[in-house]
Write a protein that binds this ligand. Structure first.
Ligand SMILES: [Zn+2]
Ligand SMILES: [Zn+2]
Length: 171
């Protein structure tokens, strides 16, 4: 286990040849994810496979966050679960080798998995989260939450932003 406070920092020399696994809890603030509202620390499983200086990592993470429903805006808990694979090679050995694969990283004195976790997390967040399957969203005319009941607006008639502005000015 890492002797550093950040459980995502490893000394390459401390990673055994062959397979080794670590379960770590990661404080979201440590990874630069303080913009998200977490329910608990990120649970992270690290599976290393080391052959010589080449280190393959499979990182699995689980995290519960609160986001706004993309249709009605209701605060909604979603669970992020993802696995991210990356290969590390020592920097010194690859000076004249072109690194083109995106899942290839170089390491020197310290194996820092912080940016890996950050990327894995950000890639796993849904673009348009919903509070429930088939959320009806808000009425485009009066703004009422249609999950909680209907309104009498004519929703087939789209209100132009200009009309809406005129209405507000005249009110
Ligand atoms: Zn919703
Ligand atoms: Zn309405």
């Amino acid at each position: 286990m890492s002797k550093y406070r950040n459980p995502l920092l490893f000394l390459p020399a401390h990673i055994d040849q062959g397979i080794s696994s670590f379960d770590v809890e990661v404080n979201p603030d440590l990874v630069g994810l303080e913009a998200y509202k977490f329910h608990a620390p990120i649970q992270c499983k690290l599976d290393f496979e080391r052959i010589g200086d080449r280190i393959d990592l499979s990182m699995s993470l689980v995290a519960g966050i609160e986001v706004a429903c993309s249709k009605c805006g209701k605060p909604t808990r979603i669970d992020i679960q993802t696995t991210y694979k990356v290969t590390f090679l020592p920097a010194a050995d690859d000076e004249d080798e072109e690194i083109t694969a995106t899942d290839l990283e170089l390491y020197s004195d310290i194996l820092n998995l912080t940016p890996i976790l950050r990327d894995a997390f950000l890639l796993a967040i849904p673009i348009a989260p919903l509070c429930r399957q088939g959320c009806k969203g808000l009425c485009p005319v009066c703004g009422v939450n249609l999950n909680q009941g209907d309104c009498n607006c004519d929703k087939t008639k789209r209100v132009s932003p200009f009309e809406e502005l005129k209405r507000l000015v005249n009110e």
